[in-house]
Write a protein that binds this ligand. Structure first.
Ligand SMILES: *Cc1c(COP(=O)(O)O)cnc(C)c1O
Length: 367
């Protein structure tokens, strides 16, 4: 069976992890700042703060905007649930706005229409690695935290890498992402004061220049350990190759899926924006049932996953905020038809063709 995702891990990763194991310093060691320096340089920002997950990074970056109880944060309903959850962590209200039907990212006009006197920040997501329209969102003059957890390697139309604008941007390193540290995340920022705050809050609120166990603010344990950072350093060396492989697999998919009527493929790059390939998500024709299609693919030994379901229609969000069908028609239509196909750098041409053949067979018989 073809896996949904698989990280690229070689002898270099093994050696790097073993070196940390043998050093005896598994946490708060030298690999953390080294990984941060290298990641910041790669993105083109001054600072980066490594944390235990992308979710932890989003939480701390959002706290950095000063959002609190009673505030509203505008975000996309078409995302991984973490981008909305972190708003609730701070007792603020996630306010969703509909998405652009081409890019599937937050629609700046819908975001502007959702602003109220309580709006305190924007949390756009670069979904499936396609750059969100930050130039438009930045004109709204609100603090922005970018969820770039799916967008390592993406580039905005003006040539700025995603994550290198003036806003803090969060990346994630779970094993299916463009690069992995097992679990992990990082906040990229140009702001030295934010870097200091992030470093303190990930470590129980310790001030960097204070004695052991003195805490001058509320903090968390969101540290990333040295084993993970050592892995991350090697993965950064491999990143260009892995990104090129993902782009190659995506191009093969476009060929293998060509000619299936009413199947919507990921949007092509436009206006200079460049996707950093993360997943290959297609929108099924309206004439077929999504769950049946997934079952029919599974019967042909092809895994596929509904990706993403709309956040506002998840049980917790319905029950807590009273959301219902019909609020965000573009998101709901796209979410009802979207499935992720197997996608990873080492995927072979013949594996892609196998998926393509199964898709042709299932979707033609389903018509
Ligand atoms: C992966 C991801 C995250 C962070 O996930 P973690 O598992 O916490 O690292 C956040 N937002 C989006 C859109 C993601 O895809």
């Amino acid at each position: 069976m073809i896996p949904m995702a698989r990280p690229v891990l070689g002898v270099e990763e093994e050696a790097a992890v073993i070196e940390v194991l043998r050093s005896g310093q598994l946490s708060l060691g030298p690999r953390v700042p080294e990984f941060e320096r290298r990641f910041a340089a790669r993105i083109g920002v001054e600072h980066a703060s490594a944390v235990s997950s992308g979710t932890a990074g989003l939480h701390l970056a959002l706290r950095g905007t000063g959002v609190g109880e009673g505030d509203e944060v505008i975000t996309s309903p078409f995302s991984f649930v973490a981008s909305a959850n972190v708003i609730a962590y701070e007792r603020a209200t996630p306010v969703f706005a509909d998405i652009d039907p081409r890019t599937l990212n937050l629609d700046p006009a819908a975001a502007a229409a959702a602003v109220t006197p309580r709006t305190r920040a924007l949390l756009p997501v670069h979904v499936f690695g396609y750059p969100a329209d930050l130039p438009a969102l930045e004109t709204m003059d609100l603090p922005i935290v970018e969820d770039a957890c799916e967008a390592l390697g993406a580039v905005h139309g003006d040539g700025t890498p995603v994550g290198a604008r003036a806003n803090p941007a969060v990346f994630a390193f779970y094993a299916n992402k463009q690069m992995t540290t097992g679990e992990g995340g990082i906040v990229a920022t140009r702001d030295p004061a934010l870097k200091q705050r992030l470093d303190s809050e990930r470590n129980q609120g310790r001030a960097p220049d204070m004695d052991w166990l003195d805490h001058d603010r509320l903090g968390f344990n969101y540290r990333l350990n040295d084993l993970s950072c050592a892995l991350g350093i090697v993965q950064l060396d491999r990143l260009d190759g892995m990104l090129a492989d993902r782009a190659r697999v995506a191009a093969s998919y476009r060929e293998a899926l060509a000619g299936i009527e009413d199947l919507t493929l990921p949007c092509e790059d436009a206006d200079g924006d460049r996707r950093g390939w993360f997943v290959f998500v297609v929108q099924l024709p309206r004439r077929v049932d999504k769950d049946e299609t997934i079952r029919a693919l599974a019967a042909r030994e092809i895994p596929a996953k509904p990706y993403f379901p709309a956040i506002h229609l998840m049980s917790y969000y319905r029950e807590t905020y009273g959301h219902r069908e019909g609020e965000f028609p573009v998101c709901e239509d796209v979410a009802s038809r979207s499935i992720a196909l197997p996608f990873f750098p080492a995927m072979t041409q013949s594996q892609v063709e196998q998926v393509g053949a199964a898709m042709h067979a299932v979707l033609q018989s389903g018509s």
